[in-house]
Design a protein around this ligand. Structure first.
Ligand SMILES: Cc1ncc(COP(=O)(O)O)c(C=O)c1O
Length: 375
């Protein structure tokens, strides 16, 4: 391929070629390397990695093919090619091109929200506790006061208390919430967004959107058109299995997106991630397969833990939070010594363990090791 004259159209065609040829994994060592096995070998031995809420089944075959086809583009800046992915994401979500900002993972989006909407002058960050801490650290680094509001007794966001705590700045809603895998009911969230003053921004982090199947759950992306202070983030790291590639995005009204963009580094999403994300969206099997496999394995693990007398917070994600009935820190440490990596401590829930739902074979190893520790 002539890399010198690759146009946006050609790039789109390359991604399309990935879609058309979808279905066979390319017979390259590159493809072999990218297939996660049930366990991963390291210099220190074989590790069962259930610590980072990753997708153990890997990216779509479409994504692998598109990346292979895009090697020749590596000498080019990806700026024009962002548009191919943005157009697809816009169409998927029924919004305009200008309403989308891509990020180097949704982690970059969270950081941009903290930088744009919080700080000594701009205001506080109000966030649930416990939650995914990244944005709390970003806001603190930006000089903002951070107000943590404990989850309520059903592990939903305590929206009345979050409303009362809000001054100005940004409210972070994580739905489904990491680390509890719990959701905040759709009616409550809709009312909360409606009554939040327009000067206060709201970021709803929907990283685990695809795993939620409760009738009480909904995405708030359709609400963006009525609420200029609402930004919703999504990621390709979870159901699309692209955590190592780094690609996420957010949707908001143009003015909010423009404000965030002015804080962003140029070309922060690399060409491989753009190619893979774009091709993943053409794979109609990736989402339902991931949902089904996660749900089957999650049901198995929860029932095994229940048989041992451990309660799990109802999970709407690709991980669970369960009560170990004793401090979790020594358990995390001993499991790690036995090469089973589980989630870190979340101080608000010191007896709970966050456990990613891996492949069934990985979960069997976890259960066997955990049983040994608990007897
Ligand atoms: C709730 C939540 N938001 C955002 C992220 C960041 O994901 P990424 O930067 O890989 O898109 C994570 C990662 O685990 C997460 O759990």
């Amino acid at each position: 391929m002539n890399t010198i004259s690759v146009s946006r159209r050609k790039f789109a065609q390359l991604l399309g070629a990935g879609a058309a040829a979808a279905l066979v994994r390319p017979p390259l060592s590159f493809a072999k390397l990218t297939q996660p096995s049930a366990t991963s070998s390291t210099a220190g031995g074989t590790i069962v990695r259930l610590s980072a809420n990753e997708n153990p089944y890997g990216p779509s075959p479409n994504a692998l093919k598109a990346m292979t086809n895009s090697f020749g583009l590596s000498c080019r800046y990806p700026d024009e090619h962002n548009n191919v992915l943005i157009d697809k994401v816009a169409k998927l979500n029924g919004v305009d091109h200008e309403q989308i900002l891509l990020g180097d993972g949704s982690g970059e989006i969270l950081k941009l929200c903290a930088e744009t909407f919080t700080g000594k002058e701009r205001g506080t960050l109000v966030a649930p506790d416990p939650t995914f801490e990244a944005i709390l650290n970003n806001a603190k680094a930006n000089g903002a006061e951070v107000i943590k509001v404990p989850l309520n007794s059903t592990f939903a966001h305590d929206l009345p208390k979050m409303h009362a705590a809000t001054k100005s700045g940004l409210i972070y809603i994580c739905n489904p919430n990491n680390p509890t895998a719990s959701i905040t009911p759709k009616d409550e969230l809709r009312d909360f967004i409606a009554k939040t003053p327009r000067e206060t921004m709201i970021l709803v982090d929907e990283a685990y959107f695809h795993y939620a199947d409760s009738p009480d759950y909904e995405s708030v992306i359709p609400l963006v058109k009525e609420h200029p202070n609402l930004v919703v983030s999504r990621t390709f790291s979870k159901i699309y299995g692209m955590a190592g590639l780094r690609c996420g995005y957010c949707i908001g009204q143009k003015e909010a997106i423009d404000r965030m963009r002015s804080n962003q580094m140029w070309d922060s999403v690399n060409i491989m991630a753009l190619a893979a994300a774009s091709a993943s969206l053409d794979d109609t099997d990736q989402v339902p397969n991931g949902q089904r496999l996660n749900s089957e394995t999650k049901t198995f693990v929860i029932s095994e833990l229940q048989r041992m007398g451990h309660k799990t917070i109802p999970s709407q994600a690709n991980f669970i939070m369960f009560d170990c009935k004793k401090p979790v820190v020594p358990l995390i440490k001993t499991l790690k010594e036995r090469s089973v990596h589980v989630g870190r401590l979340f101080p608000a829930l010191p007896n709970h363990m966050r456990l990613t739902i891996g492949k069934k074979s990985e979960m069997e190893i976890f259960l066997e090791t955990f049983r040994e520790l608990m007897t």
